[in-house]
Design a protein around this ligand. Structure first.
Ligand code: SAM
Length: 285
């Protein structure tokens, strides 16, 4: 297989070295150049697996400047691979600008998938995964983080985010304030590593467990928040208001039973529910 003119986006482990796939190792051995977020961090991992390929740095501060260099290297008929410090490149990691520029230059970009912390966390959280949103890192400043969390209240689906050990306690306190202590969350810590812990339950119970054990405040975290359903509740509240308005008008002109039936048809609701609402509006329930 010719590797020429291909940029491989290669996932590396998020902790457990056994999660480095055979295909990833083979590709990294075979390409002409590896671009790594932090060469000092990645070299021991690469050399440990007998990967002797030349490694250059590509991180958020030099990505723009490196784009032309990487593209020239690939257009000259070489192949390359991009890796980040851990997990899947581009997921809260550099590489988006490079991938975009390569694709715009007609260079093939091919994934060698593997570990990704938020996907691993979702898979064990016990929260719905049919729909979810990954929101990257929460803002560092408290006021911005609270505003950010408030914006998530509108979502009906599960939310996954990354958080640093320096802010995990503050972040949980903010989630408590914004979502309430009965809301369901999960924190996945040190996944695939020796001290892997997945704690789920109400915000109150998770906060209590983290507060009572300093070890639970160390390491790398993914925070998963159950969909709040507040958007849905908002819809329900809005449709209740318009049901009341419609019933109010109908009741001015029609007997209660006829008004309730008309409202039930208009709002596709049960006749008995519409009748009870009509009685409530007339102050008779
Ligand atoms: N590209 C990576 C991926 O695919 O998940 C994420 C890189 S981002 C800079 C690093 C963040 O991912 C950490 O701060 C932490 O929130 C999360 N993370 C990485 N490894 C983890 C692990 N083993 N357990 C839990 N969270 C992890």
């Amino acid at each position: 297989m010719s590797l020429q003119q291909i940029l491989y986006i290669v996932a590396t482990p998020i902790g457990n070295l056994g999660d480095f796939s055979a295909r990833a190792i083979e590709a990294l051995r075979t390409v002409d150049r590896i671009y790594a977020e932090d060469t000092r961090h990645s070299l021991p991992l690469l050399r440990h697996h007998g990967i002797e390929t030349r490694v250059s740095a590509l991180h958020e501060h030099n990505e723009q400047a490196q784009i032309d260099v990487v593209i020239a290297h690939l257009l000259a008929g070489n192949s390359a691979a991009l890796i980040s410090d851990a997990g899947t490149p581009l997921i809260s990691d550099p590489g988006f600008r490079l991938v975009r520029a390569c694709r715009q230059s007609g260079i093939k970009v091919s994934p060698i998938p593997g570990a990704c912390a938020f996907v691993a966390a979702l898979s064990v959280s016990g929260l719905p995964t049919d729909r979810f949103q990954f929101v990257g890192f929460a803002p560092q400043k408290r006021s911005a983080r609270k505003a950010f969390l408030k914006s998530l209240l509108q979502l009906d689906h599960t939310v996954a985010m990354y958080e640093s050990p320096h802010r995990i306690v503050e972040c949980l306190a903010d989630i408590n304030e914004v979502f309430g202590d009965k809301h369901e969350i999960c924190i996945a810590r040190e996944l695939t590593k020796k001290f892997e812990t997945v704690i789920s339950g109400t915000v109150a119970s998770v906060v209590a467990q983290v507060a009572s054990d300093a070890n639970q405040q160390r390491g790398e975290f993914v925070v998963i928040i159950a969909g709040s359903g507040k958007a849905h509740q908002g819809d329900e509240a809005a449709s209740m208001v318009s049901l009341d308005r419609t019933l109010g008008v109908l009741l001015e002109h029609l007997p209660i039973k006829v008004a309730a039936k008309a409202a039930a048809d208009l709002f596709s609701i049960n006749k008995r529910d519409a009748y009870e609402r009509a009685l409530a509006l007339q102050g008779k329930s």
